[in-house]
Design a protein around this ligand. Structure first.
Ligand SMILES: C[S@@+](CC[C@H](N)C(=O)[O-])C[C@H]1O[C@@H](n2cnc3c(N)ncnc32)[C@H](O)[C@@H]1O
Length: 182
């Protein structure tokens, strides 16, 4: 998000067909809630296309990338790594420490979410294994709560650049306006 070190979300694992919507929603949630970039496995090209299309229409900046080696990206990350897992430390216990590393020390953050079973070396490589509750639920829900805690709600105030449309908030009904380029 503007003014802080970069936050990248890494989606580990993608089963074509079965994970299509979940992987796309990881990307859309990362974008909407303040991350700068999402990285999908290279078999998730359809999800990349969908998230890029939303960014083109509703604004950014937000990058979508594919990687042929998520594990290498994790190993070589020049910053801190948060792995979201139901087995991790409670988000409310570690969020301040993570925020300090990210905002005060300017460490780029890699936030890792899984799909199927996550290899154990990911737990070892992470600086923090973080549980959003220690109950099983979803990578999309875990990511949303984690980003909102990380940014302390500031991401909700974000302004979007280069959008060609915007939603006008209203109590009832749906209104989307085109944005004219100057
Ligand atoms: C449906 S879960 C499958 C996890 C798999 N059963 C395992 O043992 O690693 C997919 C992903 O959702 C995320 N997730 C699920 N529950 C979570 C929780 N309570 N806190 C944080 N992340 C969670 C994790 O990133 C996980 O890898």
């Amino acid at each position: 998000m503007n003014g802080t070190a970069e936050v990248t979300v890494l989606r580990l694992g993608h089963r074509p067909g079965r994970d299509e919507r979940m992987t796309t929603h990881v990307g859309l949630t990362a974008r909407a809630l303040g991350a700068d970039r999402v990285c999908f496995p290279d078999n998730a090209g359809q999800s990349k296309a969908t998230v890029s299309d939303i960014t083109n229409r509703f604004g950014g900046p937000f990058d979508v990338e594919l990687t042929d080696s998520p594990q290498a990206m994790l190993r070589n990350w020049a910053g801190k790594v948060v792995h979201l897992t139901m087995y991790g430390e409670r988000v409310q216990d570690v969020e301040a420490e993570i925020r300090a590393a990210h905002q005060d020390d300017g460490e780029p953050l890699l936030v890792v979410v899984g799909a199927e079973k996550v290899p154990f070396d990911v737990y070892e490589q992470a600086n923090w294994n973080v549980g959003v509750t220690n109950q099983p639920h979803s990578e999309v829900a875990g990511l949303a709560v984690f980003l909102d805690r990380l940014f302390e709600g500031q991401e909700l105030e974000r302004e979007w650049e280069d959008a060609d449309r915007q939603v006008i908030p209203m109590a009832t009904g749906k209104r989307v306006e085109s944005i004219d380029e100057e």
